[in-house]
Structures are given as structure tokens and as C-alpha cells.
Design a protein. Structure first.
Length: 80
């Protein structure tokens, strides 16, 4: 992949926050950085993986959110 600003090659960059982590986990978009000009952004990453993998990752995220909500509601009911 090439940098949209300078045309040099870019490399993958670590996620900085929860939003970037969520985006890269459930979508084909990944974070990239250009070492030449310093550009940093999100772009589509084409990966060879099965179609079912995306659904499994999404289901794991949904199950985690639902579990956290249920634990929160349960705790609020006990304490309240």
C-alpha cells in the first residue's frame, strides 16, 4: 500500500484507542502509518480469510457487550 500524501510505502500502525480497535476488528479497515511524511490513517486491508470469520468476530463482540450489560444490570439490582 502507498501513502495517499507522498506516495511512499506505508506500514501497519498500532491502534491508539477503543474506536480504532473496534474498527480494525470488525471491518476490513486497518490503521497505517507513513514513515516518510508521518501520515497516519485508516485504509482497507485485503486479507485472505474465510467469509465466516467476520461473522464470528462480530458475534464475539456482541456477546461481550451483552454480557457486560447483563452484569451491570445485575449488579445495579443487587446494590439498588
Amino acid at each position: 500500500m502507498v501513502c495517499p500524501q507522498c506516495g511512499d510505502r506505508v506500514h501497519r500502525s498500532h491502534s491508539r484507542n477503543f474506536r480504532e480497535t473496534a474498527i480494525k476488528t470488525i471491518s476490513p479497515y486497518k490503521t497505517y502509518r507513513c514513515t516518510d511524511c508521518g501520515w497516519r490513517g485508516i485504509a482497507a486491508h485485503k486479507k485472505n480469510k474465510s467469509a465466516g470469520t467476520d461473522w464470528r468476530i462480530t458475534l464475539v463482540w456482541i456477546a461481550g457487550v451483552v454480557t457486560a450489560l447483563l452484569i451491570g444490570l445485575f449488579t445495579a439490582r443487587i446494590l439498588g
